[in-house]
Design a protein around this ligand. Structure first.
Ligand SMILES: Cc1cc2nc3c(=O)[nH]c(=O)nc-3n(C[C@H](O)[C@H](O)[C@H](O)COP(=O)(O)OP(=O)(O)OC[C@H]3O[C@@H](n4cnc5c(N)ncnc54)[C@H](O)[C@@H]3O)c2cc1C
Length: 389
């Protein structure tokens, strides 16, 4: 195939790649998006349950997810497309002193970042989470401005909008090499041909390390397999996405989380005590019995749910639990939006906007100092992992 010329190439049409392409194309950048799968959002994007919150403890996640929330919340009026945005908030209930202590300790940090989150007593939580078991309930945190979005509809709409602004998408095409001239990137090669551009953005999700290796970089993004499921729709009764951070009585889970999406379906996951490293996406026998017991224990009326399907997807993990975003060290024109861990869907629009701004204006869309916390040049083995949804 003859060489094609672009201003920027995005590798990966996923949670990060699609918003990045959208923000680039919207500003007139001739953008090519390449994905090895047959259509957009078919990597880990479609595995996400769609939780979106700014109420983290890490400043970079707070700032980027706050932008994501604004983008998701304004998407329908900006584009006319319904992506299933539901502003039901996030609720972390507490049933023991330890969980209460953990949640209360985060509040001053979160309020310091002007996040709308508060401690509610048991009655308050009962009002927010209809049908919650009250035995031992001490209260919990509630952040009403967080919410949920449909990952399937969002990736479809970002792709559509990016293409409407001129971005070109090529599917079933695997990036196999980077065109480089000394320490400057000049494009990519794929199993179909070669494409030239002075800017290449790695948004390859679980395979991001392989793309970095093509540039001689050792960037640790390690896939970890997680399961989820979704029910048939039921009448709306549950506002927030609920995160129960108690370890499960079965000894297999360290937390679980679920919400009711804008179509009325209950969507749920848990974090296993023993994590599954690697890319095995076969559903396990134990997921449904374990998660069903936890759901029914917390909200007894959920015993009447019909579960429609379960699936397993990958968290692109990093050693310190933070994403890796910014210019690749030592390779001019090469940018990374990788290592999103379990929060790539909610980080995607914020990361995409800042990557586009970095390419176009040399600075991110959020506070550069905060953005710098995600630098690809940092020591990935210092700092603690934050793994909650
Ligand atoms: C069960 C589960 C629940 C989750 N729930 C949530 C949630 O509620 N909220 C949240 O924020 N996150 C959630 N996540 C995490 C989220 O799904 C990921 O963090 C996110 O999708 C990662 O985005 P990404 O753009 O890095 O990767 P992806 O969305 O996987 O995109 C990467 C793309 O790159 C393509 N690609 C890779 N290599 C190449 C190559 N060589 N050439 C061409 N194309 C290539 C892939 O095909 C893929 O389409 C969940 C994950 C799982 C598994």
């Amino acid at each position: 195939m003859a060489r094609a010329e672009y201003d920027a190439i995005v590798i990966g049409a996923g949670s990060v790649g699609n918003p990045t392409a959208y923000f680039l194309a919207k500003e007139g950048v001739r953008t090519l998006v390449l994905d090895e799968r047959p259509s957009s959002g078919q990597g880990q994007n479609k595995a996400a349950i769609g939780g979106v919150r700014a109420t983290h403890s890490d400043p970079a996640k707070i700032h980027l997810c706050r932008r994501s929330l604004e983008i998701f919340a304004g998407w329908k009026s900006a584009t006319g497309t319904d992506i299933g945005w539901k502003q039901g908030g996030y609720c972390f209930p507490a049933f023991d002193e330890q969980v209460e202590g953990t949640l209360r300790k985060l509040l001053p940090i979160q309020k310091g970042h002007r996040l709308n989150i508060d401690w509610l007593d048991a009655d308050g939580i009962r009002r927010v989470v209809t049908g919650i078991a009250t035995d031992g309930l001490r209260g919990g945190t509630f952040s009403p401005e967080d919410g949920q979005v449909s990952p399937l509809r969002a990736s479809e709409s970002f792709t559509h909008e990016a293409a409407r602004h001129g971005a070109e998408y090529r599917y079933n095409e695997t990036v196999t090499g980077l065109v480089r001239n000394d320490h400057t990137v000049g494009g990519v090669t794929t199993d179909h041909g070669e494409y030239r551009a002075p800017v290449v953005i790695n948004a390859a999700g679980a395979h991001a390390s392989r793309i970095c290796a093509l540039a001689g970089l050792d960037i640790p993004v390690l896939p970890e397999s997680h399961e989820a499921g979704i029910s048939a729709p039921v009448k709306e009764f549950l506002g927030p996405l609920v995160v129960d951070i108690r370890p499960g009585p079965e000894g297999r889970t360290i937390n679980f989380y679920f919400g009711q999406d804008s179509d009325g379906q209950i969507i749920f996951c848990y974090t296993p005590k023993e994590t599954f490293s690697g890319e095995n996406r076969t559903s396990t026998f134990e997921f449904m019995p374990i998660v069903a017991a936890r759901l029914i224990n917390l909200i007894p009326r959920l015993k009447n749910l019909t579960v429609r399907r379960v699936w397993r997807g990958l968290y692109p993990m990093t050693p310190d639990g933070s994403a890796i975003v910014g210019p690749a060290p030592g390779v001019r024109g090469f940018f990374l939006g990788v290592g999103m861990c379990g929060q790539g869907f909610m980080l995607g629009p914020g990361v995409g906007e800042s990557l586009a701004s970095l390419v176009l204006r040399g600075r991110p869309a959020i506070d550069p100092e905060v953005f710098g916390l995600l630098s690809p040049a940092r020591d990935f083995y210092r700092g603690k992992k934050e793994s909650l949804k």
